[in-house]
Ligand binder design. Structure first.
Ligand code: WTA
Length: 574
């Protein structure tokens, strides 16, 4: 089952033939689940749409035929850039059905982030929405994409999903409307499913690493399928009659694994909501839990902390008795937020599954199961079959309650296979510190009961409102502004967001510092990378602490900002 002849390029289910979409759709559409709801969706304005397994397969097939007619073939990359709408799910499944590799770019990213991902993946097709609703406003996704496309050459066709109906530029010969293509005779209801090898790529998903540009994490049809199916089934104990809501965004791994693939593989009914938790009022989520009878809710600590601020009256106005199980992901959940979630939302009845995992792991790795005794703030222990440890600098397991590097010691089915087009970086990034051991980039400790307590990243990755960002990306967005000579970004603790982004900027000679320039630089980062990357503060400085080899010492900046003494300054240049 496992082929480890070329470590760390592990293979799983070698020789197995499958297509994940067959198990997500056809398997159910041909049986008693044919009329069961696969996807329920509510828009920010309150519209409702739903798809039975039969209907979701039909829409997927139709769109897969459209993609084939545009010349998309097995192995081609297709980028999707949308808000949380059903067409994003249909688009991902349609790609997978014909063996194309999807690359979803989160709708909160903007021009340069999209451009970089289009270019690196060499995507042939971009599927984009005209816009997305966000807190009553419209994010002009198509015009952001137009700007990114001026910088990216590989894209031949742009398929535009009408969501807002706002006027957009349609470039003839390149841009086509999704709804017009979907009614053409080429979009038949049946679509031959591409037979894939278990190890054939399913998708790439860009995520931030320690240095440089975001890297494309590659997942496969076979292993990803087994990992997401199994973990969702056993951890969330999902049943046929459940209504399950993962409130993440499909543009991140949580959405890939646990909005799209995991639930469909399990034949579950999955709910997706387009908007923000507090719009127009802080009861929006609780209203929907009641309205749709949600049984399982999976979200991030930052959302809980954000909702907590508005007090208990908002949730208490709603009947939340349908809830049976709660989940948390994305960053350590502080015990205060855990207890509020447990008491106010779960009414003390619902266990909280605090799932630790990563884009690279594809599936839950450290997680409780409903039968496990919980401790607020701990994900308890590794999922069965997952072998993890906490090591010190020398690679020796640490004693109970000592902090160390969190590592994974044995391969697992849904693991990252490589960094797309950069296998060396894959080896270097994850497998070199301790040979044969996967470095997660997190630090953790293990208590006397063997429970894991994840502390946080030990590298230059930030978790801002649950979103994973690299200091390098924020810095390069700053430096792309004509006034900036050099920049450094660090994360500092923030009550709601987890991390707040603080930056230090050296201006080019002759440029005057001003509050106006601060605003301009913040807006520039939001334009290039996305509003989530907008620095909370910008401080103009004359120099930055660097090593003798010229690397910025962010830990020195961080210690200084926190009023601490920086440790070990031996490598600091004068
Ligand atoms: C952090 C998100 C503590 C961790 C699925 C990891 C967590 C990074 C938890 C991966 C958790 C995720 N408790 N920390 N339950 N879940 N993390 O790739 O630092 O966006 O390395 O995947 O999020 O972020 P990513």
């Amino acid at each position: 089952m496992l082929d480890d002849s070329n470590k760390p390029f592990f293979k799983w289910f070698v020789g197995g033939k499958t297509n994940i979409v067959y198990n997500c759709l056809d398997r159910h559409a041909e049986t008693s689940r044919r009329n069961k709801l696969a996807l329920m969706w509510e828009g920010e304005k309150g519209e409702f749409r739903s798809f039975s397994y039969f209907a979701l397969r039909r829409e997927t097939c139709r769109f897969a035929n459209v993609l084939r007619s545009l010349g998309v073939q097995k192995g081609d990359r297709v980028t999707l850039y949308m808000g949380r709408i059903p067409e994003l799910v249909i688009g991902m499944l349609a790609c997978a059905r014909i063996g194309a590799i999807h690359s979803v770019v989160y709708g909160g990213f903007t021009v340069e982030a999209l451009h970089e991902r289009l270019e690196d993946s060499h995507s042939k097709v971009l599927i984009v929405a005209d816009g997305a609703y966000q807190r009553g406003k419209i994010v002009p996704l198509k015009s952001i994409a137009d700007e990114a496309l001026q910088r990216a050459a590989s894209v031949e066709s742009v398929l535009v999903v009408k969501r807002t109906g706002e006027p957009v530029n349609m470039e003839s010969g390149r841009d086509m409307w999704y709804h017009e293509l979907m009614v053409l005779p080429i979009a038949g209801n049946a679509c031959h499913i591409e037979q894939m090898d278990a190890e054939d790529p399913l998708f790439i998903l860009y995520t931030s690493g320690t240095t440089g540009k975001p890297k494309a994490i590659l997942h496969t049809h076979g292993g990803f399928m087994v990992g997401t199916y199994t973990t969702l089934k056993y951890v969330f104990d999902i049943h046929d009659e459940d209504r399950y809501w993962c409130a993440a965004d499909p543009g991140w791994i949580t959405g890939h694994s646990y909005i799209v693939y995991g639930p469909l593989l399990n034949g579950a009914t999955s709910f997706m909501y387009e908007g923000a938790p507090t719009y127009p009022y802080p009861n929006r989520w609780w209203q929907m839990v009641e309205k749709y009878g949600i049984n399982i809710l999976y979200t991030a600590p930052t959302a809980i902390r954000g909702l907590m601020r508005y007090g208990e009256n908002w949730p208490n106005r709603h009947d939340l008795s349908s809830l049976r199980l709660l989940g948390s992901v994305g960053e350590p959940i502080n015990p205060e937020a855990w207890k509020w979630y447990h008491r106010v939302i779960g009414k003390g009845r619902c266990p909280i599954m605090d799932t630790w995992w990563q884009t690279e792991t594809g599936m839950f790795m450290i997680t409780p199961m409903p039968c496990v005794a919980l401790k607020p703030g701990s994900g308890t222990r590794p999922f069965p079959g997952v072998v993890m440890d906490i090591l010190n600098e020398e690679g020796k397991p640490v004693a109970a309650n000592e902090e160390g590097f969190l590592v994974i010691k044995e391969p697992w089915p849904a693991m990252i296979r490589t960094i797309y087009k950069d296998p060396e970086r894959y080896v270097q990034q994850y497998w070199t510190k301790y040979p044969g051991v996967y470095m997660t980039g997190d630090s953790a400790r293990r208590d006397e009961d063997g429970y894991y307590w994840v502390i946080g990243r030990v590298d230059d990755v930030l978790k801002v409102s649950g979103y994973r960002l690299g200091t390098a990306e924020i810095e390069s967005a700053l430096v792309s502004h004509p006034a900036v000579a050099e920049a450094a970004a660090i994360g500092l603790p923030h009550d709601v967001k987890g991390n707040a982004i603080h930056t230090y900027v050296i201006l080019k000679t002759g440029i005057e510092k001003s509050d106006k320039l601060v605003d301009e630089l913040r807006a520039h980062v939001a334009h290039e990378m996305g509003p989530i990357a907008k620095p909370d503060s910008i401080v103009f400085v004359e120099s930055l602490p660097k090593t003798r080899s010229g690397k910025i010492m962010r830990r020195v900046l961080k210690a200084r900002a926190l009023g601490q003494e920086p440790k070990d300054l031996s490598t600091l240049e004068e």
